[in-house]
Design a protein around this ligand. Structure first.
Ligand code: SAM
Length: 446
């Protein structure tokens, strides 16, 4: 009996060992979850300083004469300035985390206790299960959110926004002026609008100002906590109240260095020629309900969750807008199916974006897309699913020559498919440009 109990205990502990050593890294609520986002915003400074320490170590490793040259041009001073910038950015990331603590007290308390138990018992676990939230990827996500503040909610982001918002807002304006419009392409009225993958929701906000009942749906709590920080009147109540230095961390392609003066201040953080510059936001103070919006009959509603699990309101959304979104899905076919499902018959899908897939084949370890379709394949599948993409032929190619030219002329101008060269959270002072040739099109649910 004694031996049987010992054998049982031994086999149980072996099973436990196997479970610990073979289960994937512990992500209790997913990489975009509230605990992950909260922990990453709270640890921004610590994670950034760890990275900065590596930069200092690299600099320290170069030969002495080179170090002297580096000193002469102020390189160590630049690293010191970066440390100060991280402190400044951390004012915002800490405020986002503090606002989250007030808004989600229970969830944050349990995330904290889980992290404490991880740090107490961490040495018992295989290395990959420790500190599952404070990773390079989570630092990247926080930095992306800081850039989104500028792209979505600053005057510095105006130019980038104008290029991508205008084609979409033109369609929305056209439809709102002719509410009962019934043509081969439209069957109004159009009032309800869904924007899945809404990011920091500026587009959703603009749509609501045009009078649409707009639902913004965003999965990532990195984005949602950042947007909540803007919506919360205890954290954001004035134009230009906050400042971040969103491009400082990337030393590649910097044209001009920040220069420190004798007083320890530089050429000025506002100097638009350096990547260290600080940028103020917001350009307007957003609220879910504000007089301008409600005066136009519009509304804005935020759903924090997965678009693929959204259920259809009756009889379905009149409009669905995807901006830099359809390529983010592990399975673009589910996205197309769900867009079809959520629209009412005659409802319109407006899309603008590139096709930047992140499958594990192209980005090892990313675990992203399961299939990577070209634009013509997407258009063909959309047509099979029941979404007729305006201005494209059966072969999935844009029409515009020979015998089909006439058809194109009948399409309202703002509905015509177009290629839109555009950027995404770009640093205007950098020595490189990543320009997408994004595609804009409108599709109608048959
Ligand atoms: C490339 S970003 C674009 C964000 C925004 N549309 C913009 O242009 O600023 C894609 C966004 O979609 C979100 N997303 C991806 N899959 C989602 C899903 N299934 N449900 C809701 N949001 C999702 C991501 O978290 C991310 O914020």
């Amino acid at each position: 009996m004694f031996f049987a109990v010992v054998a049982l205990l031994l086999s149980l502990s072996f099973i436990c060992y196997l479970a610990l050593s073979t289960t994937p890294p512990k992500k209790p609520h997913g990489i975009f979850s509230l605990p992950a986002a909260y922990t990453s915003y709270s640890s921004y400074l610590q994670m950034s300083n760890t990275e900065l320490a590596r930069m200092r170590t690299s600099y320290a490793s170069i030969p002495h004469p080179h170090k002297k040259l580096g000193y002469a041009i102020g390189y160590p001073g630049k690293l010191n300035r970066l440390a100060e910038i991280y402190q400044k950015n951390a004012k915002v990331t800490r405020a986002i985390a503090a606002s989250a603590e007030l808004q989600f007290p229970q969830e944050i308390a349990s995330a904290k206790s889980e992290l404490t138990s991880q740090s107490v018992f961490g040495w018992l676990l295989p290395p990959r299960t420790r500190n599952s939230y404070a990773t390079t990827a989570s630092l990247v996500r926080v930095r992306e959110a800081l850039k989104h503040f500028i792209r979505d909610w600053s005057t510095a982001g105006d130019a980038e926004r104008k290029v991508i918002f205008t084609p979409i807002l033109d369609v929305l304006r056209y439809l709102s002026k002719s509410t009962s419009l019934s043509t081969p392409y439209t069957s109004g009225p159009y009032k309800s609008l869904l924007i899945p993958g809404s990011g920091l929701s500026r587009l959703a906000y603009e749509a609501s100002l045009l009078g649409y009942d707009t639902t913004a749906c965003e999965l990532s709590m990195y984005m949602n906590l950042a947007f909540r920080f803007l919506l919360d009147e205890t954290t954001t109540n004035a134009v230009g109240q906050h400042e971040v230095h969103p491009y400082a961390h990337w030393f590649s392609h910097q044209r001009n260095s920040w220069r420190g003066g004798e007083d320890g201040e530089g050429e000025g953080d506002q100097n638009s020629l350096t990547s260290f510059r600080g940028i103020k936001f917001p350009d307007i103070v957003p609220r879910l309900t504000d007089p301008q919006k409600t005066g136009n009959g519009g509304s804005l509603n935020l759903i924090e969750g997965d678009f693929l699990s959204l259920s259809k309101p009756t009889p379905g959304y009149d409009l669905l807008v995807t901006l830099f979104f359809i390529d983010t899905s592990p399975n673009i076919l589910s996205t197309l199916n769900h867009i079809y499902h959520l629209l009412r018959p005659g409802g319109l899908w407006i899309n603008l974006g590139p096709l930047l897939y992140t499958s594990s084949a192209s980005y090892p370890g990313a675990g992203g897309s399961n299939l990577e379709l070209s634009l013509d394949e997407i258009v063909r599948v959309a047509k099979m699913v029941g979404l007729d993409v305006v201005g494209y032929g059966e072969d999935g190619r844009k029409i515009g020559n020979g015998d089909v030219e006439e058809d194109l002329d009948r399409i309202p101008e703002c509905f015509r498919p177009r290629t839109i060269p555009c950027e995404y959270t770009a640093d205007k002072s950098a020595m490189m440009r990543w320009v997408y040739e994004a595609e804009f099109f409108v599709a109608r649910k048959i």
